[in-house]
Write a protein that binds this ligand. Structure first.
Ligand code: NAD
Length: 515
């Protein structure tokens, strides 16, 4: 369509050539199989992409290693200056890149642009870090000795990303990796290659303009095989993986089998707990955004809702009213709140789950259908659902697995202890929210008897984290931490350096060993 061409050409992606190169290692190329990028809203093919062959992967990895050996000698604040320029280049294309996220992934305009903003924010953070990645001097027990903890660049970082944040998650990893003096190789989701090509086009121009090898930020589009190739390669010092628990389990095992380092950011199954004393004017819209925003395709989407008995009816009434107001529409239209699911397979998963809910006699308060009328029939549009399963057996798959679609399961509780038990009873541990005005509930929630998730919010919804804290989940979500906080410490290698300034060579712990 002309709209797609306009968005792609605004990002310097050629729309005249039949196949777009999907590999970058200082030069654009691609000799692997052809990936097709399909628009989830219209079903149109946006582009055909020449993905990486195994040979392309080998070359890109070798060039990344070379690029690393020079980039690690660029002083960190100078690396920060390059990150600042990347930030500026992204900001100049914020709207266009945001539109491409909406076009290719399907999230609504404000969220597409928000994702680019998140990349910009983490660049600011990494620019600051480039002058602040300090090691430590610690006390030695020996006279005339000092012990330093020294961070040095780590090497080549493999970044494997999911479809649902096709720009921001790469941004988290690239910015910290560059600040730390590493080279990266990015394998985006095979269904969002154009977002990756557009980002790499922006980043590579800045690198080249600064006389830095573009292979510092290499790109290999492709599927499972290319992902596995990165995971297996001992030249990749850290694999930062974002995706499903199923794939993450094998990535984690394969990286540790070769003693590599990994960061795993896997599936979530996030609960919001609403107490009787909560401010419903705040809680209802937040649950609405958590469950329906991004059409339920965030790792932090609200999937479980636990309501204290006294407010349960009113809460559901108000939530249903909000659900009733939402219409599926083209995500690139300003007023749209509900875009499509990313793939037709996701629609199948949604429909199968609804069928299962019916089979266990869950009460489905709203939703459950796929939109089949034109023009929505060309896209993957479904109606967000709210269900009340009969039992709260947390071993039932409806409660203990992540369905990556807008389905919210509800249960009613009497005491906070019960709700916290349900919150913690699932394998995943990403995001959790408690809504209350009572300090005692809040204290319990964030303490040892509280939520076991990596994100533990109070009067804030499940999704929509800021970059300044380390982001990630516990348990089967993988224990990874990315973005802010101390996450950068994983992107460097640490050395404990004991230095002797004295004329003696004493052993630690007073051990004597002389002939
Ligand atoms: P996915 O697991 O299907 O794919 C993730 C990436 O792994 C893709 O790049 C894919 O091509 C690649 N891949 C597939 N098989 C591979 C293999 N055998 N070896 C190596 N790489 C392989 O996930 P998805 O459907 O793209 O994304 C949705 C999932 O990601 C959800 O579970 C969601 O919760 C999760 N997610 C988690 C976070 C987080 O920060 N915790 C953020 C976003 C998404």
């Amino acid at each position: 369509s002309t709209r797609a061409s306009r968005i792609l050409s605004s990002l310097d992606i050629s729309t005249t050539s039949t196949e777009v190169p999907g590999v970058y290692d200082g030069e654009w190329k691609g000799s692997g199989e052809i990936l097709t990028s399909v628009c989830p809203t219209t079903g149109e093919i946006l582009a055909r992409v020449k993905s990486a062959s195994p040979e392309d992967l080998r070359e890109t990895l070798a060039k990344a290693r070379d690029a690393y050996t020079s980039f690690r000698n660029v002083p960190a604040p100078r690396r920060g200056e390059i990150i600042r320029q990347i930030r500026e280049a992204l900001a100049a294309k914020r709207v266009q890149l945001g539109a491409l996220v909406s076009l290719e992934m399907g999230k609504i305009k404000t969220e597409g642009v928000g994702e680019v903003q998140e990349f910009i924010d983490i660049c600011d953070y990494a620019l600051g870090l480039s002058r602040m990645m300090s090691g430590r001097v610690v006390a030695s027990e020996r006279v005339g000795h000092s012990i330093l903890e020294v961070p040095n660049p780590l090497g080549v970082i493999g970044i494997l990303t999911a479809f649902n944040f096709p720009v921001a998650v790469y941004g988290w990893n690239l910015s910290l990796s560059l600040a730390a003096g590493n080279a990266t190789i990015w394998k985006p989701s095979h269904t969002t290659p154009l977002c990756a090509i557009a980002v790499t086009t922006i980043v590579s121009k800045v690198l080249e303009h600064n006389g830095i090898s573009g292979a510092v930020a290499g790109l290999v589009t492709g599927g499972k095989d290319i992902g596995e190739g990165i995971v297996a390669n001992s030249g990749v010092d850290l694999v930062s993986f974002t995706g499903s628990e199923r794939v993450g389990r094998s990535v984690g095992q394969n990286v540790s089998a070769r003693f590599g380092k990994s960061i795993l950011e896997l599936g979530g199954n996030n609960a919001s707990i609403i107490m009787d004393d909560a401010d419903l004017n705040m809680a209802v819209p937040s649950v609405f955004f958590g469950a329906v925003g991004t059409a339920g395709q965030r790792c932090t989407s609200t999937r479980r809702l636990y309501l204290q008995r006294n407010i349960a009816d009113e809460f559901l009434q108000r939530l249903l009213k909000a659900y009733g107001s939402v219409k599926p529409e083209d995500p690139l239209v300003d007023t749209t709140l509900l875009g499509p699911l990313h793939t037709s397979n996701a629609v199948n998963v949604y429909e199968t789950t609804i069928k299962y809910l019916r089979s266990i006699d869950a009460e489905i308060l709203t939703g459950g259908i796929r939109y089949n009328e034109a023009p929505l029939d060309k896209g993957n549009f479904v109606q967000p659902a709210i269900a009340i399963p009969k039992s709260v057996d947390t071993r039932d798959k409806i409660w203990c697995t992540e369905t990556f679609a807008p389905i919210l399961n509800v249960a009613i509780f009497d005491h906070l202890d019960q709700a916290i038990e349900w919150n913690n009873a699932v394998p995943q541990g990403l995001s959790s929210s408690l809504w209350t005005r009572d300090l005692r509930n809040a204290g319990q929630w964030i303490g040892p008897n509280g939520s076991d998730a990596g994100i533990v919010n109070i009067n804030v919804g499940n999704s929509g984290a800021e970059i300044s804290a380390a982001f990630g989940g516990n348990k089967s979500t993988g224990w990874g931490r990315e973005s802010g906080g101390d996450a950068w410490k994983q992107y460097v290698r640490w050395s404990a350096c004991t230095i002797n300034f004295s004329n003696e060579a004493p052993l630690a712990q007073g051990v004597t060993f002389s002939a």
